[in-house]
Design a protein around this ligand. Structure first.
Ligand SMILES: Cc1cc2nc3c(=O)[nH]c(=O)nc-3n(C[C@H](O)[C@H](O)[C@H](O)COP(=O)(O)OP(=O)(O)OC[C@H]3O[C@@H](n4cnc5c(N)ncnc54)[C@H](O)[C@@H]3O)c2cc1C
Length: 414
């Protein structure tokens, strides 16, 4: 694992224990990797006890949700660190991984927005610094609702004096009861789409409703939200407009969303391969030979590993393309390509993860469901990967339409 944050400046020569007096020697803070080890152990126990409160308390004490604030001048490594965090957490619970993914994708997008809207970079930096300083968890909703017309937004805002008023319902908000800061998308009358940011804890006017998925995906804490005529002061507005810039910002944050959804799904795939490994090494065939030594088992697992690795490469590349856009002038063509790439990575990785988990389950057999085996949880939750984020029919159509256009296939950039 390569959990490292890129240094902001060229490293200075370090004082060593030989050159520094004992009284001046300070203990180094634990590396992100060590923090991830600890928090993963807490999550394991919390899942067994069916009480995630200790996990969230432990997570907030680490730098893991807040590392992006250290990348304001150098975006390199953001995607890789997000992947490492999500791989480990989703390897135990894809539902928890999905909840944390929402915080990570919003903060990663804030840290890497291309230069597009005047003032947005400064606003994003200040938000990220506040998130890190106060150790806040971020949630978001696109205000989508399940209606008889696809893509319906359930909330509306209207200008009101020095601010806006918003009312209505959003069907989905993951990490809901842990969230401190809510980013939400809504439609403002006569002005177009807008993104607002508001504090969430302890409010009466934003009602956090029941679990949307009350069985399989409980630990994603995905809930309905109702806005009861909420007054939003003007400084809660992050971006607004009906034009190309707003659509570019939406596309950019969606690209991070797809990429990190892919990453967490691959965490589930990795967790399943690990469960297959444990089983195959500890159980022997009738002849006394560990199943892991059977040639057929090696090739079966090898196939899974190759698929997993191929999807990982795809997802890493999607993430690197996004972090490379940080602070640069917005290039609409490059953004569109990065979005398509991120969607294709999400499509590939979520479907790959579902298949890897299914095949690992067939290797382990019915003991998957005896007691509380990790593979049982992975089996139930991994299927949500393809259902979350961009709808697969849309991804397929966009890729198909482009491939069947006037330009020769394959396009140069792929
Ligand atoms: C576990 C989970 C957690 C989530 N958390 C959040 C969150 O925190 N915040 C948030 O904003 N959102 C969240 N979402 C919502 C997510 O971002 C997507 O909006 C949602 O998953 C889209 O899936 P849907 O089934 O609701 O799509 P729908 O739009 O209802 O589509 C249903 C089906 O219709 C078909 N279909 C849809 N569109 C088309 C089309 N254009 N062409 C052809 N067929 C089509 C497809 O078969 C599709 O599966 C979450 C979703 C899940 C599953």
């Amino acid at each position: 694992m390569t959990l490292k944050t890129a240094p902001k400046t060229r490293p200075r020569p370090q004082a060593t224990s030989k050159t520094m007096p004992a009284t001046r020697q300070r203990r180094q803070p634990p590396s992100l990797e060590m923090q991830l080890d600890r928090v993963t152990a807490v999550l394991k126990e919390a899942l067994e006890r069916q009480d995630l409160a200790p996990f969230y308390a432990a997570l907030r004490r680490t730098d893991l949700p807040f590392f992006t604030a250290r990348h304001l001048d150098d975006s390199r490594g953001i995607a890789r660190t997000c992947f490492d965090i999500l791989q480990r957490l989703a390897g135990l619970s894809p539902a928890v991984g999905l909840a944390i993914k929402n915080h990570l994708y919003v903060t990663a997008a804030l840290a890497t927005f291309p230069k597009a809207v005047p003032g947005l970079t400064e606003r994003s930096r200040s938000l990220l610094s506040r998130v890190a300083a106060k150790r806040l968890l971020v949630v978001n909703t696109s205000s989508k609702v399940h209606a008889d017309r696809l893509g319906t937004l359930g909330t509306r805002a209207v200008p009101d004096g020095k601010g806006y008023r918003v009312h209505g319902t959003a069907s989905f908000m993951s990490l809901a009861t842990q969230g401190d800061l809510l980013f939400f998308l809504t439609l403002v009358e006569d002005a177009g789409l807008a993104v607002f940011v508001i504090p969430l804890k302890g409010r009466q006017d934003v009602e956090i409703g029941p679990l949307l998925f009350p069985r399989a995906m409980v630990d994603s804490d995905t809930r309905k939200v109702v806005f009861h005529d909420v007054f939003l002061p003007a400084d809660c507005l992050l971006a607004i407009g009906a034009g190309n810039l707003m659509s570019a910002l939406m596309t950019f944050q969606m690209s991070w969303h797809q990429t990190l959804l892919a990453a967490l799904s691959l965490g589930a795939a990795a967790g399943a391969i690990e469960e297959a490994r444990r089983f195959l090494r500890t159980v022997s065939g009738p002849g006394g030979q560990p199943l892991a030594e059977l040639d057929g088992m090696m090739t079966d697992v090898g196939r899974l590993v190759i698929r997993y690795r191929a999807a990982c490469s795809f997802v890493h590349r999607a993430g690197e393309q996004l972090e490379a856009m940080a602070g640069r002038a917005l290039d609409p063509v490059a953004l569109e390509q990065a979005f398509d790439f991120a969607c294709a990575a999400k499509y590939t990785a979520t479907e790959c993860a579902e298949e890897v988990v299914t095949r690992a389950r067939r290797i382990v057999g019915s003991r998957t469901f005896v007691g509380s085996q990790p593979l049982e949880r992975l089996s139930q939750e991994v299927m949500f990967g393809p259902l979350a984020g961009e709808v697969h029919a849309l991804i397929e159509r966009r890729h198909g339409r482009r491939a069947l256009g006037e330009q020769e296939f394959p396009p140069r950039r792929w």
